[in-house]
Ligand binder design. Sequence first.
Ligand code: NAG
Ligand code: NAG
Ligand code: NAG
Ligand code: NAG
Ligand code: NAG
Ligand code: NAG
Length: 359
Amino acid sequence: MGFPILKIPFVALKVLLDHLTIVELVTVSLLSKRADWFLKACGKKNVSFFNLPNSEIRNLSDFEKLELFLLESRRQRQLPEWRFKLFCSVSSDRHIKIGCTHFCIEIYIETLYDMRKFAGIRKSLKIGDSLIPVVVTRGYVGVERIRAFAKSNTDGMIVFIDYFKKRFNFSIEKLELAERNAESIKTVVNYLNSTQAVVRNVECYPPLSEKDFILILRNVSATEKFSSYLKLSWNFKFKETIRAKNIEIRLGHWFTIENLLMSNESEVIHVSGSDYTKKELRWFLKKWREGKLPKLKEVILATKVSCWDALEGCERWEGACRKCDGWPGSVVIIKGHGDSHGCFHASDRNSYRMLIHDN
Ligand SMILES: *[C@@H]1O[C@H](CO)[C@@H](O)[C@H](O)[C@H]1NC(C)=O
Ligand SMILES: *[C@@H]1O[C@H](CO)[C@@H](O)[C@H](O)[C@H]1NC(C)=O
Ligand SMILES: *[C@@H]1O[C@H](CO)[C@@H](O)[C@H](O)[C@H]1NC(C)=O
Ligand SMILES: *[C@@H]1O[C@H](CO)[C@@H](O)[C@H](O)[C@H]1NC(C)=O
Ligand SMILES: *[C@@H]1O[C@H](CO)[C@@H](O)[C@H](O)[C@H]1NC(C)=O
Ligand SMILES: *[C@@H]1O[C@H](CO)[C@@H](O)[C@H](O)[C@H]1NC(C)=O
């Protein structure tokens, strides 16, 4: 729109508007309140980015989608039912991703200091009260990359998270953490803890120091799934409760039976790379039967102990369990707390896997 559209006489404007595409109309209506008022006066009453059909949105560039989305989300009090999700990655590159039924846009966060390194189209985005400089580049195969610049990488990230959290109560669908620079992790997790942001899934990858890992455990809890792929030293110890519904630990020799018993909010716990002893497994089983892990539905622990050994002395029977239908062969069943029972696969060798069912 290279000319001052609002200076055109009303009748001419009306004719002009009839020639604009629906996307152009949205762009005009988002220019200003006055522009939108003119559109309405000309009979274009329902012009909104949120009313665009998918076929139109799909044809926009990522930056256009992001810009129109941000402008429209500022204007509207509510977002449409597009199942918005916000992802956040603090790793070798730092980016956030906004996904929904109509688009998925990644925004890489860089420092202002580095801005001169990037050649591309310079733009800016208004997010909350901040005006964020942006450079849009296109790679060899035409892949668009949006880079947003802030005082620090984490500042830029926090501006986006903060805006969506405060304005639309977004939770973070997934937080990925893998970073050599401890300050980044510290800033992000402190921010999340202090604003009590809801994080649904947390994934920790190397390289992450043990110190940073503890910091993460203390500051953010995943409501859905907590996954760790970290190789931690043999003497690594922690006494924090992991509250996620689902816990997945690889290389988990450090995840002791005590840690397992502290995770009493969890429904599913998988630990590989562990080597639980018969004594530990039996202690865990005892606690489970006493009802110390009331929500547990499935547990898989790496061990060299056969399930027969671990179950020695337990009241148990072999049989069929309706709910374990998918399992071939026979099932060993033990009585649990309340009405529940636990099922083991008789031929499990290197893991201790129990499924728990309520009768
Ligand atoms: C506005 O457009 C949307 C989507 O195209 C439609 O569902 C809605 O009914 C329209 N509202 C009015 C007032 O025309
Ligand atoms: C989307 O772009 C394609 C290719 O440029 C074009 O053929 C199609 O008509 C466009 N669709 C819409 C809804 O504008
Ligand atoms: C915000 O979202 C959380 C879940 O992510 C929910 O528990 C809370 O009730 C929501 N708050 C408001 C004001 O909608
Ligand atoms: C969160 O992390 C900070 C370090 O950044 C630490 O000082 C603080 O104790 C942690 N919060 C909690 C609740 O442990
Ligand atoms: C965040 O910090 C508070 C203390 O301010 C603490 O009680 C809470 O457990 C922390 N959140 C976590 C670990 O999710
Ligand atoms: C988990 O353990 C804590 C501390 O012992 C206890 O307060 C809490 O009620 C337990 N949660 C469940 C679901 O049993």
